[in-house]
Design a protein around this ligand. Structure first.
Ligand code: ASP
Length: 310
């Protein structure tokens, strides 16, 4: 049986000042990712392959905080996290604190096919070399605007003499993490997510993105979810699994479940958003911030992208 496919992507949530930057390149980046994922789905490919293809395109676009264009740690380095999850088997793969991978989502996919779920740091890098992944030089990930954000944040912190107490927040409060969720024509769901984390984060800090149940979840019984926002809060609220649980155990709709899970993040003091698709192909793209870079496409329909409500 084949059913119409559905794909949604995000390029991060946050307080994005309307009119402050040229939005066109962000829309274009989201469209490239939708096209990459849709090319897989339109040929009858799997949701898993589609979300990996979409996220890979976003990792290669330096405007977003993943792969090339990732934010800097407080030590002016890059430490990236990524994950994938297959809703048909509950197989998952994730990497945390990787420094040389052009496409961390590809390594997460390879981890998924191993005996492990989550590999970090040097061990993840070693696993990458063992599986033939090329090590990119640090300069590949560098972007001037991300380095300027780090310096701005560190200067502000040092001026306030509060360096030890400054939370690793992006000074523009843009969470540029990227992600994708899909329903394929065989009725299977999958999710992927990839991030550089938060500007000025402490070396070794790991956010919600590579943690199954926090920043990512997929289960054919209910939905596929990919999150973006202040990771510490998404971890504490187990956001992605919470959305699944509300649907599977309490019979909530995708909209109600994702709204309620995000409300809990807000109650704790966090902000951000999720993209989610259910097994009927319904899409929910809620966020509790001024905007969220997002896009979606369904079989036979034109792709759509948005940043703000309209
Ligand atoms: N959720 C990510 C993290 O905390 C940040 C983001 O969404 O941009 O690492």
């Amino acid at each position: 049986m084949t059913a119409p496919y559905t794909l949604a992507v995000h390029g991060g949530a946050g307080t994005i000042a309307r009119g402050q930057t040229d939005a066109a390149p962000y829309h274009a980046g989201l469209r490239v990712a939708l096209a990459a994922g849709e090319a897989v789905l339109a040929q009858g490919g799997s949701a898993l392959d589609a979300v990996v293809a979409a996220v890979q395109a976003l990792e290669d676009e330096p405007l977003f905080n993943a792969g090339r264009g990732s934010v800097y740690t407080s030590a002016a380095q890059h430490e990236m996290d990524a994950a994938v999850m297959d809703g048909s088997t509950l197989a998952a793969g994730a990497v945390a604190g990787v420094r040389t991978l052009r496409n961390p989502v590809q390594l997460a996919r390879t981890v998924m096919d191993s005996n492990f779920v989550l590999l970090s740091g040097d061990g993840a890098e070693q696993f990458a070399r063992d599986h033939g992944f090329e090590a990119m030089p640090p300069g590949y990930f560098h972007t001037e605007h991300r380095l300027a954000q780090l310096h701005h944040l560190q200067n502000a912190a040092s001026a306030a003499m509060q360096m030890d107490h400054v939370a690793p927040l992006d000074e523009t409060r843009k969470f540029g993490t990227v992600g994708a969720v899909a329903l394929d024509s065989a009725g299977h769901l999958a999710s992927a997510v990839s991030t550089g984390g938060m500007t000025n984060k402490h070396p070794g800090r790991i956010g919600d993105s590579p943690l199954v149940g926090a920043g990512i979840y997929a289960n054919d019984q209910s939905c596929a979810v990919s999150a973006t926002g202040s990771g510490e809060y998404f971890i504490r609220a187990c956001v992605a699994h919470d959305i699944h649980a509300r649907m599977a155990y309490a019979g909530a709709t995708l909209d109600t479940a994702s709204g309620a899970a995000l409300a809990e993040v807000g109650r704790l003091g966090g902000e951000g958003g999720v993209i989610a698709v259910d097994r009927q192909g319904n899409i929910a793209l809620p966020y509790i911030s001024a905007g969220m870079y997002r896009g979606w496409v369904r079989a036979g329909e034109a792709a759509q992208t948005r940043i703000f409500e309209d």
